[in-house]
Write a protein that binds this ligand. Structure first.
Ligand code: ADP
Ligand code: MG
Length: 473
């Protein structure tokens, strides 16, 4: 490993002194947190704009990610401002790798060794990480991701039938999970290359500098399955796009499968050549949408069951809490899973299942995240649009039936999605009394129990309200 570290660091000028970072973390978070969570973090490698650190388990990674990562990044950036993110290596996997790299000098052998995650010393593959825990069988399916799942499955069963497959959707929706699952299911019999677009660019530039372009080309053109994650980050110079375009075509010509993920549809990509975009559009383009309540609940249920298998005595998260998380953590599946992990950590540390009010405290920032962004004004706008009434009508004293329900719905959503008090909500609705607010909330809650259409409408309104804000950021 040593040599390798030096090699891949050759482009980096000033190295990060991990000792200093550790001291800073200790000061920032205090001794207790430092000793329990942060002390054992090791710096594995340092790249142009990110660092790779290792922790011993996925659990610790999730815990650190959900609580301290932003601040750790802040500390690292004080020492090296180029660093914009932190990646993790789980030590168990790490051990497998170092064992393998010790055993053999022949990189190729390790590269195409199918037993485990493939790593080679050569940095081309340093990021060819396929996570065995992100597979098809633990991908939970709902309306918003069904097509993405089916297309990915299809690609794994019938290579080059849909080519390329282009999956897109917002952050934390499961794109990387699906790419990973495709790689996992195909790597037994095929040469799989799983790389982020950022990494592709980095390798390209590095190969140019070190006169290894031939190797680079050969390597990429020799894969059977090329999975490129987050293509929106590809913003390289002409020469690189040229190379990408040719690699892409060469692979399609020889019947290799290409799968690309992005946060937006092909035609919305910026800084990417038109002909590449049109190649993307020429295959199967599938979007993954925001998860609705049902999917969120299904994911929470599944993950809770999974956890129970591992820690049967400790994890007993009540139905009420499961429902609470599913309805309140709406931004992405990543946050949803993160929320559950926090609750599990709490249970393990304090040896008890948190109550609902404790859950609210534990998840405060996640809940605020969506809460802060919602204004009553937004809610009114979205609800009016949905029911095709004007804002003046909504705010007027008129009590026509077609106005009353939308008004009550908006009031109900204001109570649900913002932290405003009843009088504050009343004021935002033309100075209505807080008892009117209570009445509206109660009415909608009651109707929701018997009226399925209302339920669907409210869910869709919630999604619209939350989604709208995401676009505004
Ligand atoms: P993206 O690449 O779209 O930003 P990820 O694939 O990294 O999102 O997903 C974020 C987290 O949520 C990962 O831990 C992933 O395993 C999990 N996840 C996403 N979608 C699902 C799903 N449908 N079922 C189970 N886990 C999911
Ligand atoms: Mg991703």
């Amino acid at each position: 490993m040593k040599n390798n570290l030096q090699n891949s660091n050759s482009l980096v000028d000033k190295k990060i002194d991990w000792q200093i970072i550790q001291t800073a973390m200790k000061t920032k978070f205090g001794n207790e947190i430092f000793e329990s969570w942060l002390k054992k973090i090791e710096l594995i490698d340092e790249f142009k704009n990110y660092i790779l650190i290792s922790v011993s388990t996925r659990f610790i990674r999730d815990w650190i990610t959900s609580r301290y990562l932003d601040q750790i990044l802040g500390i690292v950036r004080e020492h090296k401002k180029d660093i914009i993110r932190i990646e993790f290596l789980i030590e168990d996997i790490n051990k497998v790798i170092s064992k393998k790299t010790d055993k053999t000098e022949d990189n190729k052998k390790i590269l195409f060794d199918n037993e485990n995650v493939s790593f080679i010393k050569d940095s081309f593959l340093q990021y060819n990480r396929i996570d065995p825990n992100k597979n098809f069988s633990n991908f939970v399916i709902g309306d918003s991701n069904k097509l993405g799942f089916e297309a990915s499955k299809k690609v794994s069963e019938d290579i080059a039938h849909y080519n390329p497959l282009y999956l897109y959707g917002g952050v934390g929706m499961g794109k990387t999970h699906l790419l990973n699952a495709i790689g996992l299911s195909l790597k037994e019999k095929n040469r799989v290359m799983f790389i982020s677009a950022e990494r592709f660019m980095y390798q390209f530039v590095k190969s140019l500098k070190t006169n290894e372009m031939v190797k680079f080309k050969e390597y990429f053109r020799n894969t059977d399955i090329l999975l490129i994650d987050d293509i929106q980050f590809m913003n390289g110079k002409e020469a690189m796009q040229e190379e990408f375009f040719h690699t892409f075509n060469a692979l399609l010509d020889k019947g290799s499968q290409i799968v690309v993920s992005a946060d937006r549809p092909p035609n919305k990509l910026t800084r990417i050549q038109e002909r590449i975009k049109s190649r993307f559009s020429g295959g199967l383009v599938v979007d993954i949408q925001n998860p609705d309540y049902d999917l969120r609940y299904k994911i929470i249920k599944t993950k809770t069951e999974e956890l129970k298998l591992f820690h049967p005595t400790q994890i007993n998260i009540s139905e009420e809490i499961q429902k609470f998380i599913s309805s309140e953590v709406r931004t992405s599946i990543r946050e949803l899973v993160g929320a559950l992990n926090r609750i599990v950590s709490f249970s393990r540390i304090y040896n008890k299942v948190p109550t609902l009010s404790e859950v609210k405290v534990i998840l405060k920032d996640l809940l605020n995240l969506s809460e802060n962004k919602v204004t009553i004004d937004t809610i009114q706008t979205v609800v009016c649009k949905f029911f095709k009434i004007s804002k003046n009508e909504m705010l007027s004293p008129r009590r026509s039936r077609y106005l009353v329900r939308p008004r009550q719905t908006a009031i109900y959503l204001a109570k649900l999605l913002t932290s405003k008090s009843l009088p504050e909500i009343g004021r935002a609705f033309s100075n209505r009394d807080h008892t009117t607010v209570i009445h509206s909330v109660k009415t909608i809650e009651k109707l929701k129990k018997e009226d399925n259409e209302l339920n669907v409408n409210i869910d869709s309104l919630k999604n619209k309200i939350l989604y709208k804000q995401e676009n505004e950021i």
